[in-house]
Ligand binder design. Structure first.
Ligand code: ACO
Length: 426
């Protein structure tokens, strides 16, 4: 017998179908609720709302599971590369050797950024946040790379351009912000090594590629590659639902990711640790403030909307963090504060009762800092990693026969009809 849910409203009973996902997740299908009953649902923050069906990423917040196209993220972090994960997310399966090589070649062919775009970069005020610059520049790409002939071409070529150029653009914005000469992508280097070289190579000190750091970046990007319908991905889908071009949809995703409650948390973690350091390393005070309901302060890098047990990405990132710190023999007082804060919060009843555990941002901020990435670039690093997820979700939405223009409703609680009062009578 087909599962349904009965809804009784104003003496009438309505049956609503249940949709079951491949992992047994169940949802009430309310797509006919309003025509049938005149009711809508109210769900602030969409915490109980599924906006689509998707076959890209599965996560179970209670069990701490994250899989891309069915493959556990732990296996990808151990065996895969970011490029292979990009292919997996966008195409739905792992590539063959030839397909992966072909993708690498295409990425190299599309890695340069139009020289005229440098003028834009140079004219942003020095203090501009790189996320604002990246979001604007990705949107501007449409003007430099106009619409292609067919939708298929548009999808394949635009996707390749975006994935390859974003990395160049991110490194370029860093170099220009420092007043340094831009370093061009090198065809002999792979995706991650190429990025690090573009970031850190200088005419006076050539960058020496360290395979452990390259691997750390590979894993960092694999772990950020998709996370189903989070804030920025939902922004990409919603903006994309107006059938806007991909650059504009991704630009919206970058803007959404910028916020400190979302992707901006990795930067916020380091800023919080610096504040604790300025406060004489008093991490206990930070914990007390986070527990004080009258104080808006939260421990950055703790808690997650979906993971209520442990963020599986955080576990992998923590290991990577220890490896990088050991390898680089880094002695950084902020990292000591981070360790003490983590230990104390994990033992504190407030954090255990609220299921607040360190999330990936807590450790990724530390790894990026150790790698020499400037703090204001952290969220840009997240954005590069999340790009394949945004693209895969946007592509899936294009093919979804049930896809509609995104347009939530509301329950109006403002004044009822009120007559206009002429200005001289107010
Ligand atoms: N420190 C202290 N208290 C917290 C924290 C925190 N980091 N996170 C949540 N809480 C408390 C809240 O005060 C609230 O308490 P109350 O119910 O007594 O009012 C309760 O836990 C639930 O908080 P919500 O904000 O409703 O929970 P939600 O699931 O919506 O929040 C979020 C998730 C936004 C990530 C939150 O935990 C937070 O602000 N964390 C800090 C920022 C952060 O690290 N963001 C990165 C998220 S991961 C990512 O986007 C990659």
């Amino acid at each position: 017998m087909e599962d349904t849910v009965k809804l009784i409203f104003e003496g009438k009973t309505y049956e609503l179908p249940i949709v079951t996902g491949s992992e047994g997740e169940k949802a009430i299908d309310i797509s006919n609720l309003r025509p049938m009953t005149g009711l809508i649902t109210l769900d602030p923050g969409y915490a109980n709302t599924g906006s689509c069906t998707s076959s890209i990423t599965f996560m179970d917040g209670e069990k701490g599971i994250l899989r891309y196209r069915g493959i556990p993220v732990e296996q990808l972090a151990e065996h895969s590369s970011f490029l292979e994960t990009v292919y997996l997310l966008i195409n739905g399966r792992l590539p063959t050797k030839a397909e992966l090589n072909n993708m690498s070649v295409l990425f190299n062919d599309n890695s340069l950024v139009h020289e005229d775009m440098q003028i834009f970069y140079q004219n942003f005020p020095r203090a501009s946040h790189p996320m604002g610059i990246l979001s604007s520049m990705v949107n501007a790409l449409r003007s430099f790379y106009p619409e292609l002939q067919t939708l298929e071409e548009e999808i394949n070529i635009t996707v390749t351009r975006l994935l390859s150029k974003v990395r160049t653009m991110a490194a370029m914005s860093y170099k220009i912000s420092r007043g340094h000469k831009v370093v061009y992508p090198r065809p002999d280097l792979k995706y991650c090594a190429n990025f690090l070289n573009m970031m850190f190579d200088t005419p006076v000190k050539p960058y020496r590629i360290d395979e452990d750091l390259v691997r750390a970046l590979d894993v960092f990007w694999i772990l950020h590659a998709d996370h189903e319908q989070n804030c920025s991905t939902s922004a990409v889908r919603l903006v994309g639902s107006g059938r806007v071009n991909l650059y504009a949809a991704i630009s919206a995703g970058i803007a959404a990711l910028w916020g400190p409650l979302h992707g901006g948390a990795n930067q916020a973690v380091i800023e919080m640790l610096s504040d604790i350091q300025k406060d004489g390393g008093n991490y206990r005070r930070a914990i007390e403030r986070a527990k004080d309901k009258k104080d808006p302060f939260r421990l950055m890098g703790f808690g997650h909307r979906v993971y209520k047990a442990y963020d599986p990405r955080a576990r992998i990132m923590k290991k990577m963090c220890d490896k990088v710190l050991f390898k680089l023999k880094i002695n950084d007082p902020l990292l000591d504060i981070a360790k003490e804060l983590e230990e104390a919060a994990l033992k504190d009843d407030y954090f255990t009762e609220y299921n607040l555990y360190p999330n990936i941002d807590f450790y990724s901020g530390i790894v990026l800092r150790a790698m020499g990435i400037p703090t204001n670039m952290f969220t840009v690093m997240f954005a590069i990693g999340r790009l394949p997820g945004w693209i895969a979700q946007w592509k899936e939405s294009l093919d979804d026969p049930k896809w509609k223009l995104g347009r939530p409703r509301q329950i109006y609680i403002g004044p009822t009809q009120t007559d206009y009062i002429p200005i001289d009578q107010r």
